[in-house]
Design a protein around this ligand. Structure first.
Ligand code: ATP
Length: 307
């Protein structure tokens, strides 16, 4: 039997430049190492799902690209990764989303985003692709595209028995109606704090934050804790499941790799604990490498890592 995942979310071209420090107003600064990388949380999670899925799972990606060369190149790259690109819309009058990222020598970064075509992923577009969501086993979303469309997609999914998984990044206030539609929520510590008002510092505070999500109707809460792993709670029973110890070089897209891996592992029938272990392995490999999509591992190397 074939399982089907729909990922709905953003696509960004990340323009990255190294700077000795951030420029002051009116100042021109010499940077170095300029590169363009494919990113956007939706795209990263779709790529992770496609590289890490078993052969019986199909990954559809509902997204909007601009009418530009980078948009066309990204679509071709998604197809090469095995993503079904039939649900990707190219918007005539728009540019593909962009993130201008400065990375300072002290490791800090500063990011300015222009949504571009991502802002066109609206309720009307979700209606056009409703049948894909209705036929899916799971719908994975983040918060870089318009919230009204995310709510609409969740509603369609819930009505048709499609499990909704929300990675609430970047964090913003969410309608309780949306939280009630969720099978699973996967915030990091900061996002969990913004959404619940509870500072997540240890197992006890993680349990309190999880309880708050459960009270709002979310069935499974998974708070990612960076190198420490995750706090995982189902029916109020929670535990920390540790990650893998690796030498981290760049944690960009660790969370996205984790989410994509987790959902495809669940779709192939793994238990939640085993799916988390698989996702930890994929995310651990990703932090040993530079960049967003280039750092996301394939299934075979992740299974080797676990062997
Ligand atoms: P990002 O925004 O950097 O993509 P995030 O804040 O959404 O990440 P994290 O909680 O930092 O998510 O990490 C997600 C998962 O990635 C962790 O649960 C873990 O599996 C893995 N991970 C992150 N950092 C490390 C690390 N230093 N070593 C090993 N695994 C890591």
């Amino acid at each position: 039997m074939c399982a089907k995942l729909v990922v709905l979310g953003s696509v960004n071209a990340d323009h990255v430049i190294r700077v000795p420090r951030f420029a002051r107003a009116g100042e021109t600064l010499r940077g170095s190492g300029y590169r363009i990388a494919y990113g956007g949380k939706g795209a990263n999670q779709a790529v992770a799902a496609a590289r890490l899925k078993d052969p019986n799972t199909q990954v559809d990606f509902i997204a909007c690209l601009g009418n530009d060369d980078i948009g066309r190149a990204m679509k071709a790259a998604f197809a090469k990764d095995g993503i079904n690109t039939a649900t990707i819309t190219q918007i005539e009058q728009e540019m593909t989303g962009v993130a201008m990222i400065q990375v300072a020598d002290n490791g800090e970064n500063s990011i300015v985003i222009s949504a571009g075509a991502n802002a066109c992923l609206d309720e009307h577009l979700v209606s056009c692709y409703a049948v894909h969501i209705q036929q899916a086993d799971a719908l994975l979303m983040q918060l870089e595209t318009p919230l009204s469309a995310i709510c609409k997609a969740a509603q369609i999914a819930k009505q048709n028995g499609t499990k909704v998984i929300l990675n609430p990044a970047p964090a913003q206030a969410l309608p309780e109606e949306l939280l009630r539609q969720l099978y699973m929520i996967t915030p990091n510590e900061t996002e969990a704090e913004i959404l619940t008002g509870i500072k997540v510092e240890d197992k006890i505070s993680a349990a309190q934050a999880a309880k708050r999500f459960h009270q709002l109707g979310v069935q499974i809460v998974l708070i990612t804790l960076g190198a420490k792993g995750v706090y995982f709670s189902e029916n109020g029973q929670g535990q920390i499941i540790g990650g893998f110890r690796v030498k981290a070089r760049d944690t960009t897209a660790a969370g996205d790799t984790f989410n994509g891996a987790l959902v495809v592992a669940l779709l192939e029938g793994k238990t939640l604990t085993n799916a988390i272990r698989f996702a930890h392995a994929a995310a651990a490999i990703s932090v040993t490498r530079e960049g967003a999509q280039p750092s996301i591992p394939h299934r075979a190397e992740t299974l080797d890592f676990l062997a």
